[in-house]
Design a protein around this ligand. Structure first.
Ligand code: CA
Length: 240
């Protein structure tokens, strides 16, 4: 991890923002605070943060809208986003993750948990040790450049999907349970639910659409990447 990572806190409630900022500062981070979407955008334009803590309920544009936009912006597409929200049910959590958030913290949260999640997400985003280029059935992943292509055509993957694909391709044809994937890909799954794996597998499959159904669901067991996807068996639908 870099020294003193810059964390942009996007939160309209000043008491919460202050609490987060104080704790971040005392733990080796450089917090910056934005109260709404416009000032958050200005902060990002001025200097890209290492991580964004993003409140869901904001005046004007919602955190969900911002997460989607930043995920699609070349400047912020690799910036980890943790959503903060009072919303706690599964549909909301999934919506947050689907919008491109890396993790999710329900309010009220302990500052200890918040710091643990910030560290875990930054660790997950730490650059991969540059491994060998892996090619399976036309799908090619280059860990040193973070590029994925299918038959020479570049594919767009989020950072977590890249890491997941890197692991699956490095251990192709083998079945991995959700718990194993959390352990190997996320590394620190203390606070991450197994459902999170399903969300990222879904996104990975969407990114790999042109390559066919290479990521299979193995019922009751987990997931596997295969060079020979079962024809007409919709692995995607099995987990939908
Ligand atoms: Ca709020």
């Amino acid at each position: 991890m870099r020294n003193m990572p810059a964390v942009l806190v996007v939160e309209d409630e000043s008491a919460i923002a202050e609490l987060i900022a104080v704790n971040l500062r005392h733990n080796g981070f450089r917090p910056r605070w934005a109260m709404d979407s416009e000032s958050a955008q200005r902060e990002i334009d001025a200097s890209a943060p290492d991580l964004i803590l993003l409140d869901w309920m904001l005046p004007g544009e919602s955190g969900l809208t911002l997460a989607k936009r930043w995920r699609n912006d070349p400047r912020t597409k690799d910036t980890p986003i943790i959503m903060l929200t009072a919303r706690g049910d599964e549909a909301d959590r999934v919506a947050g993750l689907d919008a491109g958030a890396d993790d999710y913290i329900a309010k009220p949260f302990s500052t200890k948990e918040l710091l643990a999640r910030v560290r875990a997400v930054l660790r997950r985003r730490a650059p991969e040790e540059a491994g060998e280029v892996i090619t399976i059935a036309g799908l090619c992943l280059d860990p040193s450049t973070h590029r994925v292509t299918f038959e020479g055509q570049p594919l767009k993957l989020g950072p977590t999907e890249f890491k997941l694909l890197n692991y699956l391709m490095g251990h192709a044809e083998r079945v991995h349970s959700r718990a194993q994937l959390l352990d190997k890909v996320w590394g620190d799954h203390v606070y991450i639910e197994e459902r999170t794996v399903d969300v990222h597998v879904k996104r990975l499959r969407e990114a790999l659409t042109v390559a066919g159904p290479m990521v299979e669901t193995v019922r009751g067991a987990g997931y596997r990447l295969t060079a020979k996807p079962a024809i007409a068996v919709s692995a995607d639908k099995a987990s939908a």
